[in-house]
Every structure is written in structure tokens, then in C-alpha cells.
Design a protein around this ligand. Sequence first.
Ligand SMILES: Nc1ncnc2c1ncn2[C@@H]1O[C@H](COP(=O)(O)OP(=O)(O)OP(=O)(O)O)[C@@H](O)[C@H]1O
Ligand SMILES: [Mg+2]
Length: 372
Amino acid sequence: MLFNSRSVAFIISLVVSGLTVFVLSFLPNITNAVLALAFIACFTFCAVLVYLMFEVLVFNEIKSIYADLEKIKKKEYKISKSKTWLRSMPLKKIKDELYLLEFKKQQEIDELKRLDSFRREFLADVSHELKTPVFAAQGFVHTLIDGAIDDPEVRDKFLEKAARSLDRLDIMVQDLIGISQLEKGIIKMHRIEFNIMRMVQEVFEQLEIKAASRNIKLHLQDTGYSKIDVLADPARIRQVITNLVDNAIKYGNEGGNIWVSFLTGKKKVQISVRDDGEGIPKEHQSRIFERFYRIDKSRSRENGGSGLGLAISKHITEAHNSKLIVNSTPGKGTTMKFKLPRAKGALPEPKKEDLTDTLRSLRDKKPKQEKQ
Ligand SMILES: Nc1ncnc2c1ncn2[C@@H]1O[C@H](COP(=O)(O)OP(=O)(O)OP(=O)(O)O)[C@@H](O)[C@H]1O
Ligand SMILES: [Mg+2]
């Protein structure tokens, strides 16, 4: 290379010593021998000094570039704010740019890795969950074909079981389609005004038998109002409340209690579903909203759950600009809550008479009024 540290040192030394000799030549009584000596001395001194200076500087820069590369390898992306005049600015800028670029790329890689593992897990879960009812129905149908069809009692029983497995498959596929449509924003919320207290009461009526089978009592908070109107999509909100109460029944303790309470603010109403069951350990609390995530898979399957209920509920509450929040203490119980906008201008109506007989029977125990 033409311009390396040696050639630069040679040129600079040549210029400096030439200038020195030129200046010295003006001195009186100076001999040629002294001038030649001065030239050699000056040239040597300059050449060594400039060469060493270049080597040290370049070496230092290379060393610091290596150190920076090491930091990038270790994913230590720290952009220094201090301005140092010793370190050449262009190199510092290049380093900072490199850090930034590498940091962004690393973030993208991490996110892609996370999504990829999520996709793999999801595919494995979907195929596993779909396989279970398909295999069950297949087994019953083949047993019937192999001769069991001749026994009317066995035939009816097996057909019923096969139909139940296929119904489960249908629910699961519908749920999956529902989630993906909610994620894509295809499903629009049809917001109308309705009485949320009445809706909870209907969900209780629907799940009464299931709760009774586990000896669980359902309690609806006595709010002192005959109705609380909200502005939301009633079909979707019913789905959320049904899933929350259903979960509280399935995963609550036998002989336990479930309370549904309301907290009315100026613009919003908070709906809480609380149980006194086993609770959800901290490490699972953020994951239960993922598709197919179940804490105890075998127990959930016994209960017929596929782990899609909370994923759907989360999407529905988010589509209502709200968040489904879980508060749970293992051994004490779980509270799931979300907010809905109050119907415009509608104040909760003070109760004139008791709602219905069902509500009265449900109001065995009065929950504590929560603070807002
Ligand atoms: N109140 C609760 N107490 C304890 N665990 C709960 C409670 N609610 C949910 N879970 C845990 O969270 C998991 C996910 O709940 P989710 O409603 O999504 O699924 P699922 O009820 O099992 O099935 P699906 O709702 O699809 O029928 C459950 O399997 C259960 O392990
Ligand atoms: Mg559920």
C-alpha cells in the first residue's frame, strides 16, 4: 500500500528535515558536513517518532474495535455519551451506529425466535387437541362397524359418545376460528345497552346444575340497584362471563363459593368473578391467556377444557378497550376482573323490588364491597 505508516513517516520526515536544513543553511559559518549530519539526525528522529506514533494510534484503534466487537458478541450494547477527544469521532460514530444496528437486529431475532417457538408449540397443541376427539370418535365408529352395531344398547351408547367427541371437535374448531377472527379484527363488536346484572343472573341459571354437581354456591352481589346498564356486545360479554364462571366452577374447590360483584364508577363498571379455589401460581398467571395453555393438563381435560376460553375472553375484553386482569393467591382463590363502559347517561337504578326469585336464592352470602 502506498500510504502506510512507514511511507507517511518517510514523507513527513523528509519534509521536516529538508525544512530544518533549509533554515540551518542561513546560519553563518555552517559547514556542509554539519548540515548533512543535521539532516540525518532530524530525518531519523522524525521517522521513528512519526512511525511509532502512527503504530500506537492505529494499534489502539484496532484494539478498541476488537473490544467493541467482543461487546457486540456478548450483547452489551452500551452507547457511550462521553465525548473523548482522544478517540477519533468518526470511529466512535461508526461504533455507536454498529451497536444500534446490532441491538435492533438482535431484538428482531429474539422476537422471531419467540414467535417461532410459539408457532411450533401452537401447531403441536392444535394437532394434539384435534387428534383426541377425532381418535375417540373414530374408535367408536370402527367398533360399531366391527359388529357392535348389532347390540342396540351398545350402538346407542357408542353413537352418543362419538357424537359428543365430534361436538367437542366442533366447539374447538369454532373457538379457533373465533380467536383468529378476533385477532384479525374481522369480528366487530355490536355494542348495545344492556343490563349486566341480568346477564350474570342468566349465566348463573345456565351453570346452576354444573355448580350444584360440585356443591359450589353462586353468589351475586347485592348492589342495591335493580339494574346496571353497560354499552357492549352482549353475546361476546356473555361468552366472557360464562367462561369465567365456568372456570371458577371447574377449577374451584368442591363445596366452595363463587362471587360475582360490580364496582360502578362514573364511566365504567368493573365486573369481578371471584372463587375460593386453589388459585393460580404466579408463574402461570400471565400464561393462562395463551391458546391451549392449561396449568394442569390432565385435570383440565377431565373437565373438558381445551384452554381456549381465556384466550377468547382476553380478545373480547380487549376489543372493548378493556383488560382481563387476574389476581390470584395460591391456596386462597382467584379473582378475574374487567371493565365495561357504562351506558351513556344511565345511572344505576335504585332497587324498587327484589330482582327475581333466582337472584334471591343466589344471594346466600353478601360479598365485601370493593373499593374503587
Ligand atoms: N378460576 C381459576 N382457578 C384456577 N385455575 C384457573 C382458573 N381459571 C383458569 N384457570 C387455569 O387457566 C387455564 C386456562 O383457562 P381457559 O378458560 O383458557 O381454559 P379451560 O377452561 O381449561 O378450557 P375452555 O375454557 O377452552 O373450555 C385452565 O386450564 C386452568 O388451569
Ligand atoms: Mg375455560
